[in-house]
Design a protein around this ligand. Structure first.
Ligand SMILES: C[S@@+](CC[C@H](N)C(=O)[O-])C[C@H]1O[C@@H](n2cnc3c(N)ncnc32)[C@H](O)[C@@H]1O
Length: 280
């Protein structure tokens, strides 16, 4: 793909690929291996065309110009992979409903607060699943100080997540009793979350590899299927920062192919293949 130019396709050289790789690493901590040039080309070439450029070089010059910040954000959005689903890795939600939320409910009813973080929330299926689990195990949660912080670097998916609106065929993984309790029809073949569950999630744009504004601690953090795009040093640094944001005894859920290599240094104990508990 590199060094070629198809009819009406923007020119893409080896130098352009290396430049996109550097931008992805510096701006988002996303590491594209040398083998991913076709993927990078297909994701970025659309932005190149849509912004009226005929070469990657001219496009990247404009992105890195002093007034290129807005397009830099579009470029980062184009480079992210946003695949997700409701109740993905179901065992995490069973653990959440059986272990985390009952303990949180007891603390919250005694005047405390309950916080859970979906740290790479994509189009929202993960934080909305967390909210459904909270409402199932703690039905009056929305009238207490309970929140699900839902963040992602991609502002477009965060905006979509915040609507709580999904095509019906994308809601198949939601158990029928939860779907009928928490979702309502919103036009032909479309459902949306409705009622008090909508008070739980708070959606924000946040780069996991930048500074975080949150001051409080979390009872559980979902950081799943995102560090696979980071290099090892970035991954282990992030695990350490996430462990620091967990309350003593709090839980970190990771993706099925992810591991915390430095768990002992992070004060984390692995209690299941993809579930870690912070030391008391
Ligand atoms: C494959 S999705 C995972 C969604 C969800 N956690 C799940 O497991 O279904 C990965 C998400 O990570 C986000 N992401 C990538 N780099 C990020 C970064 N540096 N900070 C925050 N989010 C990031 C992407 O925008 C994307 O939405």
């Amino acid at each position: 793909m590199r060094g070629t130019q198809l009819a009406n396709e923007p020119d893409f050289t080896e130098a352009d690929f290396q430049r996109v790789r550097r931008i992805a690493q510096e701006e988002a901590g996303i590491h594209f291996p040398e083998s991913k040039s076709t993927l990078v080309y297909s994701r970025v070439s659309r932005r190149v065309r849509e912004t009226g450029h005929t070469s990657f070089r001219a496009y990247l010059d404009s992105v890195q110009a002093p007034d290129g910040r807005a397009e830099m954000e579009n470029l980062i959005c184009a480079l992210t992979t946003n695949v997700t689903n409701f109740f993905r890795e179901k065992n995490h939600f069973v653990h959440l409903e059986e272990v985390v939320i009952p303990a949180m409910a007891a603390r919250v009813r005694a005047g405390g607060r309950g916080r859970i973080w979906s740290a790479a929330c994509s189009t929202g299926q993960e934080p909305w699943s967390i909210a459904m689990s909270i409402m199932t195990a703690f039905p009056d949660a929305a009238s207490h100080d309970v929140r699900v912080l839902a963040t992602d670097i991609n502002s477009q998916v965060v905006a979509q997540a915040a609507t709580g609106i999904y095509p019906e065929e994308e809601t198949e993984a939601i158990p029928p009793n939860k779907k009928s309790q928490f979702m309502e029809p919103y036009g032909q073949g479309i459902l949306r979350f409705g009622g008090s569950i909508c008070r739980l999630p708070a959606f924000r744009v946040l780069n996991l590899n930048a500074t975080w504004p949150m001051k409080g601690m979390f009872s559980a953090i979902f950081c799943r299927n995102v560090v696979i795009y980071f290099d090892e040093a970035t991954r282990e640094h992030l695990w350490r920062r996430l462990a620091d944001k967990l309350e003593p005894g709090g839980f970190l859920y990771v993706g099925h192919s992810e591991r915390v290599a430095t768990k002992n240094e992070c004060g984390l104990e692995q209690i299941a293949p993809t579930i870690y508990r912070k030391d008391h």
